[in-house]
Design a protein. Structure first.
Length: 438
């Protein structure tokens, strides 16, 4: 064969491959064209790199983020209470900590007028979280400061975090030494003002925790005994057969509120392979339904061999009166609370001919938004990232692009479900910009 023709053909092939790789990298969809400033934080700006959460309780909105502050920020911070003084472990620090840089968590509140007032700040590198009882009648600010364990009857969680309580939707806070919230509790939710449920991975196994006095005292039920009474025999047989290659068993859990006295959850038994070429295998999924009654132990109903279910994020929050969506791979599921089953609703579209998987998702009554990833020809820990929106619950998807600065400060959907919200800086202040999806 003529070497010149061979070289020419090879060059054409290489050029085609490179061209196709570049084509895969090209973003699809139009950029969000319009935006408007709908809110401003009346206080020190938040760090652009900090994780910010926006939570709504009726008309009340609370926004929590972080900022690395120094002495020059003191005047702005003193416009609102320095909540460190309420927590004994934080109040023992030097009287003038502002000489050194300090990471502070800032709590802002708004009433739908667009202005967010600084309600308070508290130090802590690990951040703070917020849990509310129904309609936000009582709010609990869980700090990043561990609380010393107190002797109890063994039912209460083995660890907790120092907590502040507000009964006026965040306008004022008080130290609450009796409430037991925070790590290691998962999926904590107030079913009523006093009834609270959570999961805890304890030394004795997975526990369902229930409180009937507003998270002051908890009673525990060992879920392993309720859901997997055959676990010991199964595990022994597994080790004798499949465990010889180093495979292990793992049990995962989820929990969702249904109403003020019922919840449903799932647990799945998974074979974990140490061989990187093998995928982990879900061996069985079981559903457990729980009914709570004050003064009595929870009543359980167990369904073995349930359909496999999506897994929630470890820090997920759920409310009894809100719809629940989860994603798994490229699929979107919705929980049917009446039937206690998950219904597949949609899948993410392909991008440049490649299948995608869902990274983040936001759901409202009027629109859904997903952020997807896809492999491309030049993938080396980098993937094609695309945003999609749908107004017909996943029947059709429209791709769009958002600038990097919008993505960095993205808060999620607005209350109307018609736009995305993002933090931005303007004249030294943090503002909230609204980006309509149409």
């Amino acid at each position: 064969m003529n070497l010149r023709l061979l070289a020419s053909g090879t060059a054409i092939v290489i050029a085609g491959v490179i061209g196709y790789g570049i084509y895969q990298l090209a973003p699809i969809g139009k950029p969000l064209a319009r935006s408007e400033v709908i809110g401003e934080l009346n206080g020190p700006p938040l760090a652009s790199s900090s994780r910010v959460s926006l939570q709504r309780f009726g008309e009340r909105q609370l926004l929590i983020g972080q900022r690395l502050v120094t002495g020059k920020d003191m005047a702005g911070l003193e416009k609102a209470p320095l909540l460190d003084a309420l927590v004994p472990a934080l109040n023992t620090r030097p009287q003038n900590p502002w000489q050194l840089a300090d990471t502070r968590n800032l709590i802002y509140g708004g009433q739908g007028t667009g202005v967010f007032e600084l309600l308070g700040s508290i130090s802590g590198d690990t951040g703070v979280s917020l849990i509310g009882s129904p309609q936000g009648r009582t709010l609990y600010l869980i700090t990043g400061t561990p609380r010393s364990p107190s002797p109890g009857n063994g039912s209460d969680p083995s660890a907790a975090w120092e907590t502040l309580r507000s009964t006026d939707q965040g306008k004022t806070w008080a130290y609450d030494p009796d409430t037991v919230l925070g790590a290691p509790l998962q999926y904590t939710v107030f079913l009523t003002q006093d009834r609270v449920i959570a999961l805890e991975r304890h030394d004795t196994g997975q526990r369902l925790l229930v409180s009937e006095d507003g998270a002051r005292h908890w009673s525990a039920t060992l879920l392993d005994e309720q859901v997997w009474p055959d676990a010991q025999a199964f595990d022994r047989a597994f080790q004798e057969k499949d465990g010889k290659d180093g495979s292990q068993l793992a049990y995962d859990w989820s929990l969702y509120p249904l109403d003020d006295r019922r919840a449903v959850g799932w647990s799945w038994r998974t074979r974990i392979s140490l061989n990187a070429a093998e995928r982990n295998e879900v061996l069985e999924t079981r559903r457990f339904e729980v009914e709570f009654q004050h003064g009595a132990s929870p009543a359980f109903r167990i369904t073995p061999h349930a359909t496999p279910v999506p897994a929630p994020a470890p820090d997920a929050r759920f409310a009894p009166d809100e719809p629940v969506f989860e994603t798994s791979g490229n699929a979107i599921f919705e929980l049917d609370k009446a039937e206690r089953t998950w219904h597949p609703r949609s899948v993410s579209p392909t991008v440049q001919g490649k299948p995608t998987w869902i990274g983040d998702a936001w759901f409202s009554r009027n629109a859904w938004v997903i952020k997807t990833y896809a492999d491309h020809l030049f993938s080396f820990n980098e993937y094609t990232k695309t945003y999609f929106a749908t107004r017909d619950q996943g029947k059709t998807w429209t791709p769009f692009q958002i600038p990097q600065e919008v993505e960095t400060g993205l808060l999620g959907m607005d209350a109307s479900g018609e736009a995305l919200l993002s933090l931005a800086e303007r004249d030294g202040k943090t503002v909230i910009r609204r980006y309509p999806l149409d």
